[in-house]
Design a protein around this ligand. Sequence first.
Ligand SMILES: [Mg+2]
Length: 406
Amino acid sequence: MFAYTAVVAPLAGVPFILHADLDAFYASVEQLLDPQLRGRPIAVGGGVVLAASYEAKRYGVQGGMSGVRARQLCPGLTFVHGHFSEYQRLADEVMAVFADFTPAVQRISIDEAFLDVSGSIHLFGPPPAIAQQLRARVREQVGLPVSVGVARTKSLAKIASQVAKPDGMVLIDPEHEREFLDPLPVGLIWGIGPVTRQQLADRGIHTIGQLADSPWHPLATAPTDDTRRVRANPRAGSVGAQSAFGRRFPTDELLTSVLGHLADRVAGRLRAKQRAGRTVTVRVRFASMRAVTRSRTTADPIATNLTLTEMALALVRQALADASPTHVDEHQISLLAISVSKLVDQPALQLQLLGPNTDSARWAVDHSLDAVRQRFGRAAVGYAGVALSPMRSVPDEFRELAEHEL
Ligand SMILES: [Mg+2]
């Protein structure tokens, strides 16, 4: 356990953010459910490692690795099936513990959250003491290890929690942020993935300090928007796209083609940002210019093309039922739009883990699609429904009037 200690008299007016992140969450839950797995190297998954316990990580086993490779690295590795509903239930219990310390909890994925504890100091003591109480309560009540980072901003708190792992607490003293950050690897900055990390390494930049002294300022590459404020869930923001196409009869062919195209764009952008959303909204504009909106909120966040297409199609059909049968201009439509809101940060692995089987297969397909497009361009590949439809011959007819995101 890494301990970075500093004397912190709570600084008046300085916000304190905690980033609490469960350690090797899926694997820890499996070890909690089956005591025989405790202390042993285990991996959730089979053909692919979805998550590894710390005992397995020590051998170099990582999420996303093939099962064959993992077994080579760690011959004693035990593979277990995931208990996905238990993950959700236990993570929800952990979030309920967090909420006992402050109402300002922003959950950013199944097993991690930001907490603004600036207003809780009079109740629970200075922020590092709050972090330790929180860790102890999660351990006692739920039985899971959680690491906590404490800092002035969300980005810094997230770096601190990564340094704290496993099962630790790290505080970044607001007065000594640079000294703390400079020697750390750039990959700890939220938003710097393997590709960016490699690009920086090619330029001789490995640490946050080197990045800070380079033309690529560190905090310009990290998501700095609103890094201080913890937004209580649900988060604001949406991703959407719309197509206007002149007057058309809403045939099945038109609807599946246009909605497939829009869903592809919206879901692709969500995945690129490692986000997913729970509310899907469609807008249908009749030739009369009257517009109708329908939306639906689901339990599981969505970021796959086909699931979004299916939901949008069902919603558009509901909206079409609203057309006036006697108004001739409502027999035809001129615009369709899809937007997804109630967004959550959703790293790909978690999406894959959480979705029902069909959704994880869909996610895998989308992911390959994204990878091919990244290399060969958007037009290189698409779903049959989008790529092979009669609308394919007139793609310019899809006039992207607006694409918005907040
Ligand atoms: Mg975690």
